[in-house]
Design a binder for this molecule. Sequence first.
Ligand SMILES: Nc1ccn([C@@H]2O[C@H](COP(=O)(O)OP(=O)(O)OP(=O)(O)O)[C@@H](O)[C@H]2O)c(=O)n1
Length: 400
Amino acid sequence: MIPLTGPFQEALSIINTIEDNGYEAYFVGGCIRDYLLQRPIGDIDITTSAKPEEIQSIFTNVIPVGIEHGTVIVRHNHINYEVTTFRLEGEYSDHRHPDYVEFVDKIDMDLARRDFTINALAMNKHGEIIDLFGGQQDLTDQVIRTVGNGHERFKEDPLRILRAIRFSSQLGFTLADDTITAIRDERHHIQGLAVERITVEITKLFAGKHVDKGLRYLDELELSPYIPVFKDFSSMTSFIQTIKPVFSLAEIICLIHQLQTNIAISDIVKQWKCSNRTRKEALLLNDAINYYKENGIDNLLVYKLLPNYIDAFGRIVSILFISSIEIKQLYQLKEQLPIHTKNELKINGHDILDMFPTVKKGPWIHELLMTLEKLVVIGDIPNEKTMLKEWIKWNPPVQK
Ligand SMILES: Nc1ccn([C@@H]2O[C@H](COP(=O)(O)OP(=O)(O)OP(=O)(O)O)[C@@H](O)[C@H]2O)c(=O)n1
């Protein structure tokens, strides 16, 4: 029994309310796993004997996100709780942990339908853990093992194959032998998955602390042929040897392109159905890497690198060029720049127009400002109005 604290304490009133209405309710899944591992807890999921409509009638603030899958979101104190009706369909009797004689409750059946023992954990309102499949032991042993028959679990949802790899990357855990066999046998089903679901797992895989371990499994279990982009990526082995943790999806996209230039960034983005934001980030990083290849580190490079891209840039450089650059030095250089944005330039379009009252407005003003911006950044002209005007006088715009 563990004392309910923090987010579980917050969520307790949801469990109480469901129980007061005559249903069973438990905390379940990843939140218990992370709690026992003393990792930060993500979303709190609740499993219950109540049907979605019944939850809708009990609570006022309910979002019907996936009624067909038995899931609704209950909003309480500005926090979302995913409340799912017990998964009861299908056979389950061969999944029992040897220590358990009988399935007594429906929660047992629900747990039997879950992916891995470390996720098939529930907790009641008293903080008592329900662990029918040795999940706590597997947490201690750092093992990822399917609940019962792996072939069945992976056929039910082949995404679980990628989830296994992703958990190994996040937690550094080892895959159980049976689970490995089942992955080898069922891996072709990955092809049928919606790309968006695959991309979510890939993103989490690369952000894992033990990404090298996850990728080694991906390689050893020969999963790449079933994953968009990876199936065309021949540098996977060298990629794995050099990869470091905390890679964002945009970094990975940039890195894959840099390692194998015949895979275009736009192609990766399309195949993985990435967001516009990820595409923009990947292109920006790629521009910075290309600039670095030509010019090394200079003021213009750090000026163009937005502060939140500096670390990412450093990680990519250290992989592509072996020699690692001092991230601290990049930050210092950035701080010492004469200007940090265009707006800090001590001259603007109006000032320029005033200098040339007879010249027609046009794109030349923007071009001139860009030239001045660059000259100030590299330190060729001080950022002072008189000096900037002086420069313009000597280099007047050419009238077309
Ligand atoms: N394909 C899946 C997805 C999820 N689950 C179960 O549903 C729970 C919640 O799933 P999800 O929120 O996707 O994952 P978490 O395990 O909570 O991990 P994280 O939030 O870190 O993604 C899992 O713990 C697992 O018990 C499952 O059995 N099969």
